[in-house]
Design a protein around this ligand. Structure first.
Ligand code: PD2
Ligand code: ZN
Length: 280
């Protein structure tokens, strides 16, 4: 042993250099130039590695998020089976409005398949991990199984390609019908980490990290999807979808959103929630 002590400052320096993309070999050379013995440098690397393994076990770092590839500011995204329009984007929070995401025929098929299975909407109850009637949501709703019918399966593949997120990480599609007067008061789609039922919910695929709300039938008046923190309102136009993502289950993501009251006509939406991991 050299007797050289690995101080917290040295450990932090190693972490920062590795995060900046420097190789272990180049760090070893810098440390040697600064008078460190090779075995002291190796001990520092081993400590840093052990610490990052401990951290990863407690809270795995999120390496990626769902979302479209907007790197070259596309007007359209080809999902393999459809040319989807990119109509509007917002960076903070990340919101993307897509046009022509579904055909009229697909919207109609989803409505017809969902209609006979509608019940007053339940939301996941974070108090207990079960489901409960929620006065904040006055729509009627149902869930499809993933891949339940060809239209659902085709749409799920399109969404996986568009948002670059494995199909298996998605919950089953939810369909909601809002009659006149119905609304969905502002809420967050992630599960509140402080609620006692949340650990039970998270066993199935971890947290929600993103939402895609797709409009299947537009009302005559009202029914926008609102983001009160940023003053954004998305008109519920048939075939259009609004995507938003949230890296942490925290209001600081500014992803508070709601469904404004429908003032005339009926609004139908399909929602796809994306989880961190495979949802079984
Ligand atoms: O229907 C909507 O506009 C809406 C608004 C807020 C849907 C959801 N949330 C949802 O399904 O989570
Ligand atoms: Zn929502």
């Amino acid at each position: 042993m050299t007797g050289q002590v690995i101080s917290p400052e040295l450990r932090e320096w190693v972490v920062a250099q590795l995060a900046a993309g420097h190789s272990i070999a180049s760090l070893r050379a810098s440390m040697r130039d600064a008078g460190w013995h090779a075995d002291a440098a190796d001990a520092a690397f081993a400590e840093v590695e052990a610490q990052s393994a401990r951290l990863a076990a407690v809270a795995p770092a999120r390496t990626s998020m769902p979302g479209p590839d907007l790197s070259d500011a596309p007007l359209y995204i080809d999902t393999g089976d459809r040319r989807v329009q990119v109509l509007q984007t917002l960076r903070h929070p990340r919101v993307v409005v897509f046009g022509d995401l579904l055909s009229d025929e697909e919207c109609e098929a989803l409505i017809q398949a969902a209609r006979q299975r509608l019940a007053r909407s339940l939301t996941v109850e974070t108090q207990t991990g079960g489901e409960a009637l929620n006065v904040d949501r006055t729509s009627d709703g149902m869930f499809f199984e993933r891949g339940e019918n060809p239209v659902v399966a085709c749409l799920e593949q399109r969404i996986a390609a568009l948002l670059r997120w494995p199909l298996e990480f998605g919950e089953g599609l939810q369909v909601l019908r809002y009659a006149p007067g119905a609304q969905y008061r502002p809420h967050y789609d992630y599960f509140d980490p402080n609620e006692p039922g949340t650990p039970t919910i998270l066993r199935r695929g971890g947290q929600r990290v993103a939402t895609l709300v797709m409009y299947l039938q537009e009302p005559e008046l009202g029914g926008a999807t609102t983001f009160p923190d940023v003053g954004l309102e998305v008109a519920p136009k048939r075939g259009t979808g609004v995507f938003f993502s949230y890296e942490r289950p925290d209001p600081a993501t500014h992803t508070l959103h709601g469904g404004a009251p429908v003032l005339a006509g009926e609004k139908w939406v399909a929602t796809k929630w994306l989880r961190e991991r495979e949802f079984r």
